[in-house]
Write a protein that binds this ligand. Structure first.
Ligand SMILES: C[S@@+](CC[C@H](N)C(=O)[O-])C[C@H]1O[C@@H](n2cnc3c(N)ncnc32)[C@H](O)[C@@H]1O
Length: 235
């Protein structure tokens, strides 16, 4: 069993998520101190799903966000490359009339150009080995004038919060993970990947470089998480 590292080899990342899939959502909720549901609400509000809208949820995992968007009437495709994660999604939400799950790679999206009104990714882009390629693919499959919404861990905005957050990540979290996760070692990678991820303005620059316009972000929980959005030019 190969442990994933910051090289983020797709086979290692995918098999790591296979291993944690059964307890993934429980672990998330516990580790976020109960904040994860509020981050999903903010993500849903930024996307503003409506009947008739086609949405692609990239790196959908077990389909938690996919389900919320579908419950608001949108037609949602959830895509993930981990058979374990998407298998959990199908088991929990596969009978929802507005949801289609598809196994696939974010860097080679199996969809035609200009297909979706909104593409979104929650806590997934950080795990993609070539995130800029995934952003380009998300732009390609978005309709002209359509939007991207990215929810991802980011950088706390004050020194005091950064200190408290680092202390939590380095001391309390490892103990919690040992109790609730099916694969504590996986979370060692997750913590390091968060620390290595670009801060808010740098990630916004990646979105502009990919071709999005009107790029902006909003900090959630003091910047522990950031919600970025952008628009595909109309022509
Ligand atoms: C931390 S989970 C997030 C799952 C879900 N979006 C959520 O908010 O709970 C990250 C997901 O990204 C997926 N992933 C990572 N790289 C990927 C890629 N290149 N293509 C598709 N899925 C990928 C993993 O399999 C995993 O399910």
């Amino acid at each position: 069993m190969t442990k994933p590292d910051l090289a983020k080899r797709p086979a290692d990342v995918s098999s790591m998520f296979d291993r944690v899939s059964s307890k993934y959502d429980l672990t998330n909720d516990v580790l976020s101190g109960g904040l994860a549901p509020s981050w999903r609400v903010r993500t849903r509000k930024a996307i503003d799903p409506k009947p008739g809208m086609r949405i692609l949820d990239v790196a959908c995992g077990t389909g938690t966000v996919t389900r919320i968007l579908a419950d608001h009437g949108a037609q949602v495709t959830g895509l993930d490359f981990s058979p374990g994660m998407i298998g959990e999604g199908i088991r929990r939400h596969g009978d929802h009339p507005n949801i289609t799950f598809q196994q696939g790679d974010a860097t080679q999206l199996p969809f035609d150009d200009n297909t979706f009104d909104v593409t979104t990714v929650s806590f997934g882009i950080r795990n993609v080995q070539q995130p800029e390629l995934a952003l380009a693919e998300m732009l390609r499959v978005t309709k002209p004038g359509g939007r991207i919404v990215v929810c991802e861990f980011s950088t706390p905005t004050t020194a005091a919060l950064r200190f408290a957050y680092d202390t939590y990540m380095n001391t309390i979290m490892p103990s919690v993970v040992n109790i609730v996760s099916s694969d504590p070692e996986a979370y060692d990678y997750l913590f390091r990947s968060i620390q290595a991820w670009p801060e808010q303005r740098e990630f916004a620059a990646w979105l502009r470089k990919a071709g999005y316009r009107d790029v902006a972000h909003r900090n959630l929980t003091g910047g522990i998480v950031a919600l970025h959005r952008g628009t595909k030019p109309a022509n």
